[in-house]
Design a binder for this molecule. Structure first.
Ligand SMILES: Cc1ncc(COP(=O)(O)O)c(C=O)c1O
Length: 380
């Protein structure tokens, strides 16, 4: 099998599974218990938090462990909105965010908040001037993703952070789910207030993740109870998941250091091949793109048909996020980039990991060409 759907999820690393098993079996105490087993669990939790903070270059108390990207995004957006609504009820986001951001914003609109959805250009990038023009006296939050999950475009996070410095009352949240481990971003340098990371996108386990919450920022807690995680997320901690997440974070950062150049080379190779095929339209931008995602369309061919034909050859790729589009078959992200319906309804995504080899890409290219030729012949 050639697995090229790593933006949907990744295969957990054996070391991650080992950590999970070890902590689950040997350190199963509740960190809130005051006996030895509980205290041992509490020590492990503290160490995991310190290590996660170290990897992100932030303070341990700024790390809130969550169940993943969706929870982190909701915790940040609704948490800021509900806690700070007396100061303002306006939020700024973009049209190409993940559904966990867009739908969190839409649910706040139903509560009376106002949301501005920024446009993007053909490369999927927001316009900084439009952002500036939209900041108002009652704006409390700007939430913009780092790497886009469908086309891999990278938003100018550092530039946004610098602009928002002029508006000290506006919080800045970044969905870093697709970028972490692939595209460097300094939380502190970019002056980010809240930042979401998910475990299963980095060869960790599903149901793990973290939200960075800058020191001193108050959030409305969505889950109340025992007061765990700075009272922001009550519930007995998933210690085994947390320890395994930190392991996955460390491993992906090591892989990034060693393998990012090769990943970029593989992406270049793939893009070159796709551009040579006249039946293919490449949707991933030429610049400001992450190294692991390539999005393209074969106008006239239904993406599902291409996906299943490739699957018969043992290759797994994907189409747009099913839940992020207005019409049943159009990608909202590609539509926002100004692609015509024939292209935006035909988007296909290849997403690599550091384990993807040059041979995998060569096989994919060969098989894709064959699939396109075959399907075009059938349609004639
Ligand atoms: C950019 C982005 N944000 C958030 C999420 C949600 O993450 P999770 O699956 O961990 O809830 C995803 C998952 O596809 C994503 O790609």
């Amino acid at each position: 099998m050639i697995y090229l759907d790593n933006s949907a999820t990744t295969q957990p690393r054996p070391e991650v599974l080992e950590s999970f098993m070890k902590v689950s079996s040997q350190f199963f105490g509740n960190p809130s218990s005051i006996h030895g087993l509980g205290m041992e669990a509490e020590r492990l939790l503290r160490r995991a938090r310190e290590q996660a903070a170290d990897l992100l270059n932030v303070e341990p108390h700024e790390v809130v462990f969550t169940s993943g990207g969706t929870e982190g995004n909701n915790m940040a957006i609704k948490g800021i909105a509900l806690e700070h609504q007396t100061r303002g009820r306006h939020i700024i986001t973009s049209k190409v965010e993940h559904p966990s951001v867009l739908e969190a914003c839409q649910s706040l609109e139903r509560l009376g908040f106002e949301v501005s959805y920024l446009d993007v250009n053909g490369a999927g990038i927001i316009d900084i001037n439009q952002l500036k023009a939209n900041v108002r006296e009652d704006t409390i939050l700007v939430t913009i993703m780092h790497v886009n999950n469908e086309i891999g475009s990278i938003q100018p996070i550092k530039q946004i952070g610098a602009i928002l410095r002029e508006y000290p009352k506006v919080f800045f949240h970044v969905d870093y789910v697709q970028g972490f481990g692939k595209e460097p971003l300094s939380i502190k340098d970019a002056q980010i207030d809240l930042c979401t990371i998910s475990g299963h996108k980095i060869h960790g386990l599903k149901g793990t993740g973290l939200l960075y919450v800058k020191n001193g920022i108050r959030l409305f807690a969505l889950a109340n109870g025992g007061g765990q995680e700075r009272r922001l997320r009550s519930g007995t901690e998933n210690l085994a998941g947390i320890v395994s997440l930190v392991k996955a974070m460390r491993l992906i950062q090591e892989a990034q250091k060693k393998g990012r150049d090769q990943l970029m080379e593989r992406q270049e190779k793939l893009l070159r091949h796709l551009k040579e095929n006249p039946a293919v339209v490449v949707n991933t931008p030429d610049q400001h793109r992450a190294p692991h995602i390539v999005n393209f369309s074969v106008p006239g061919l239904k993406p599902e048909v291409v996906i299943h034909a490739l699957e018969e050859q043992g290759i797994m790729i994907s189409t747009k996020s099913a839940c992020s589009s207005k019409s049943a078959d159009e990608s909202a992200v590609l539509a926002a980039c100004g692609k015509e319906p024939g292209i935006s309804a035909a988007g296909l995504r290849v997403s690599m990991s550091y384990d993807t080899t040059t041979a995998d890409i060569a096989t994919f290219c060969e098989q894709l060409d064959a699939v396109i030729t075959n399907l075009q012949q059938i349609m004639r």
